[in-house]
Each structure stands twice: as C-alpha cells, then as structure tokens.
Design a protein around this ligand. Sequence first.
Ligand SMILES: Nc1ncnc2c1ncn2[C@@H]1O[C@H](COP(=O)(O)OP(=O)(O)O)[C@@H](O)[C@H]1O
Ligand SMILES: [Mg+2]
Length: 285
Amino acid sequence: MQVISVISTKGGVGKTTVAANLGGLIADAGLKVLLLDLDMQPTLSSYYQLAYRAPAGIYELLAFNEREVAKLASRTVVERLDVILSNDEHRQLNTLLLHAPDGRLRLRNLLPAFQPHYDLVLIDTQGARSVMLEMAVLASDLGVSPVTPEILAAREMRRGTLQLIDDIAPYRHLGIPSTPLHLLINRVPTVSTNAKLIQRTLRQLFQEQPGIQVLHSEIPSNEAIHRAAVQGLPVHRVEHRRPTGRAAPAALEVMQRLATELFPQWHEQVARVTGKDRRAHVERS
Ligand SMILES: Nc1ncnc2c1ncn2[C@@H]1O[C@H](COP(=O)(O)OP(=O)(O)O)[C@@H](O)[C@H]1O
Ligand SMILES: [Mg+2]
C-alpha cells in the first residue's frame, strides 16, 4: 500500500483537484484507492457522489482511533474508490492532536488497518500549517505539492515547504525517515513564455534541496477540470480526447503521465484506462 499526501501551505493551488482526479484515475486503472479528507472544509468529501455513506469519518478515526474499515470508509460512485469523510465540524481535531502525546504520529500508527484493503491511500490536506498537515506528511511515503507557475507563489512555496520539512526533521530520531516531496506545477497557461521561465526557476530554486524534486509532468490550465468537478466525475472521463485546435493534451493523457511518473509500478494498468468506461453509471441526476 502506497501512501501519498497532497500538501501545500497555500490554499487554492489544486490539492483537492489532484487528490480527486488522481484517485479516480488509479481506481479506473483497477486498483483500490482510499481518499482521506483531512481538510475541515469537506471539499474532497463532496467531490464524488456516494454509493454508501459510512457511519464514521475522519473524526472517529483520529479522535477515537477507530480502526474498523467498514465503519470508516464510504464508497463513492466510482468503483474501487472509497473516501473517509471529513466530519470535524467543530474543528476540534487539530487541538486534540496538538495535545495528544502521539498526535503527529497518530495517522501513521493507524494506517496498518487499511493495508489489507487498499493499494493506494491519498490524503488531501488543508492549505495551512497545522498539526494535521504535519501528521499527514509523517504518515506518507511521498508528498505531492501542487504549485502554480507564478514567481511569488514559487517563493512562498519554497519558504513554507522547507520550514515544514525542517520542523518535522527531528522525527528521524524516532526512526521515521523524512518524506520526499514532489512539486507538481499546476494550472500551466496554454500560451505563456513566462510560465516556462517560472518552471525553470522553480527547478533551480529546489535543485540544491535533497528530497525535493519537481515532477516532469505538469497540469495545464483546463476548464474540463471545472466541468468534471461540477459533474462529480474524474476529469479523465470528461475529456479523454484532445479537443480540436488545442495544443495542450487531453486530460486523460495528462493524468496518465502524472500517474505513471508517480506510480511506475502501475504503468501498464494506467495505460489501459480509456476514460470511456462506466461513464453512464455515474452521471449526476
Ligand atoms: N489545472 C487546472 N485547470 C483549471 N482549473 C483548475 C486546475 N487546478 C485546479 N483548478 C481549479 O482551481 C480551484 C482551486 O482548486 P482546489 O483543488 O480546490 O485547490 P486547493 O484544494 O489547493 O485549495 C478549483 O476551482 C479548481 O477547479
Ligand atoms: Mg482543497
């Protein structure tokens, strides 16, 4: 089981979008995926319609150490894609975890409960520094951090990310290796030389940082992403072919490239996704 957290100290950079669409693609590739919505604003929880709503959610998982998958995992209408819903309405979890002796390690300690059931756990987080964010990173094999191609965003990203990594570094004394971070450039404008420059700058900014790399795959700015969110579908099902006259590749191809770069072990399954399958079952009424 692979555990990936989608993180950023900034809001609106595409964390939830990446978690929802990457999860949807990997599930369509035939693997079992669990989304964890650690954002108190339940955006990821409401992205996909549910085929089954579990009685418990993130609150029971983290506050009560609930380990029973049947109680925690809601099923989305996308086959093989489950979600543990955000239900910390009173915003108590962060304080609770801050004061618990095992707070930042709680998720890491609970993950073995999911191991027999899932191939991939994808954790969506809130766009701010918090105990929850540190806990997510400490539980993950890898962090993916979306960043938009603007120089100020890139600098803020560097500052915030490096600080986060520094702050949790002492956990290595407990035998927890530092989590490698992959930066994902998101919302790349279709025509802009400036964006190219910023991509280069970002790569240079992080060149010297061990454990941090900029992914080769990028996500172009694409209105199909918005349409997919409205329909509650993974974007690769909404745009599986490149619209005529557009230079940027189809969303299916973009997501396949990203998935293959992150999960080379699943490249064959990912390559077989057509984006056409099972579409009729999931249209919103
Ligand atoms: N590549 C993209 N192209 C077009 N719109 C995007 C793209 N990525 C994200 N968005 C839009 O940007 C907004 C913020 O994205 P979201 O995933 O909610 O960010 P975060 O979770 O980091 O706050 C959403 O309306 C989403 O549809
Ligand atoms: Mg979000």
